[in-house]
Design a protein around this ligand. Structure first.
Ligand SMILES: Nc1ncnc2c1ncn2[C@@H]1O[C@H](COP(=O)(O)OP(=O)(O)O)[C@@H](O)[C@H]1O
Ligand SMILES: CC(=O)N[C@@H](CCC(=O)OP(=O)(O)O)C(=O)O
Length: 260
């Protein structure tokens, strides 16, 4: 039987709220066995850019990343945010190792080809992008890898990748060796039929449900790439995908994503 592995992803809504972030880290620290944390931070990055007079541009949940934006997001994600999370995890006794994809060549991306939209320095991933041997060695040493959304192309170029995509790609790649549970944690109780009502949780969502909820506009914005990554992960061997509130990971109320 494969050993269990938990891959957690947290986004900007939690990272930007310091008490919530600390509480999530406390709960994450309690999880036993091998675990991985992937973080985003898009909300804070956009706020920082606005302060500096640069208008953030997002298309289909992905940031258009020109050279100036890449410099800023590298500082923000790989520097401030990643180290802030790592230092907090250390304070809860988790031996966290903060990495970008360039560190140890742990994730290599390919710059997104220009089609209708030029995303700039945005990196796409495949399963082969992820250095599973190295991650397995980190886990064997008792380290908890903490991935920021910055990767590289192996030829000297850093690239920005959506953090949900990183979490799904890492989960898929490791599913050959581990029974992986992928947890997308954010500031709501799961996928909701009314985005303003946390009581309206959809307990389980299939691909067919997703198609009709998307059609009717009930699922929109950042939830679209999250669910697309969730179904993709299930199709490629991840055992369980859960969408849940970052501060209620021990509760039963959450959305489980299923293929059918
Ligand atoms: N049906 C839905 N249920 C829950 N959230 C939804 C739904 N439709 C759209 N959303 C939006 O998706 C957002 C989550 O996506 P995103 O902001 O990318 O998350 P993250 O915090 O991981 O970066 C929620 O804050 C919410 O506004
Ligand atoms: C290419 C791309 O879109 N990268 C994302 C990476 C951060 C992210 O995904 O943050 P959340 O998980 O908090 O949304 C961005 O710069 O917004």
């Amino acid at each position: 039987m494969k050993p269990e592995l938990h891959v957690f992803k947290i986004g900007g809504g939690i990272i930007d709220n310091e008490p919530d972030l600390q509480e999530f880290i406390r709960l994450f620290a309690e999880i036993s066995g091998p675990k991985i944390l992937v973080h985003g931070g898009g909300k804070g990055a956009s706020e920082m850019m606005k302060h500096l007079g640069i208008a953030p541009q997002m298309v289909n949940g992905r940031r258009i990343t020109d050279a100036a934006t890449l410099e800023l997001v590298t500082m923000f994600y790989a520097g401030k945010t990643n180290k802030h999370i790592v230092v907090a995890l250390q304070s809860y006794g988790v031996n966290a190792l903060g990495v970008s994809g360039a560190d140890g060549n742990v994730i290599q991306a390919v710059k997104r080809p220009v089609r209708e939209i030029d995303y700039g320095f945005v990196g796409d991933l495949s399963e082969a992008s992820v250095n599973t041997d190295l991650i397995h060695q980190f886990l064997t040493l008792g380290l908890t890898p903490v991935f920021c959304p910055i990767n590289h192309d192996g030829h000297g170029q850093l690239l920005n990748t959506n953090a949900d995509t990183i979490a799904a790609s890492v989960a898929k790649a490791l599913s050959k060796q581990y029974a992986v549970a992928l947890h997308f944690c954010f500031e709501k109780r799961g996928v909701l039929t009314d985005v303003n009502d946390d009581a309206s949780i959809i307990a389980s969502i299939t691909l067919a449900d997703y198609a009709s909820l998307k059609e009717s506009g009930i699922i929109a914005d950042g939830m679209l790439p999250k669910l697309e990554n969730a179904f993709d992960a299930l199709q490629f061997g991840v055992e369980k995908v859960i969408i849940e509130h970052a501060l209620h990971i021990n509760d039963q109320l959450k959305t489980t994503v299923c293929l059918n």
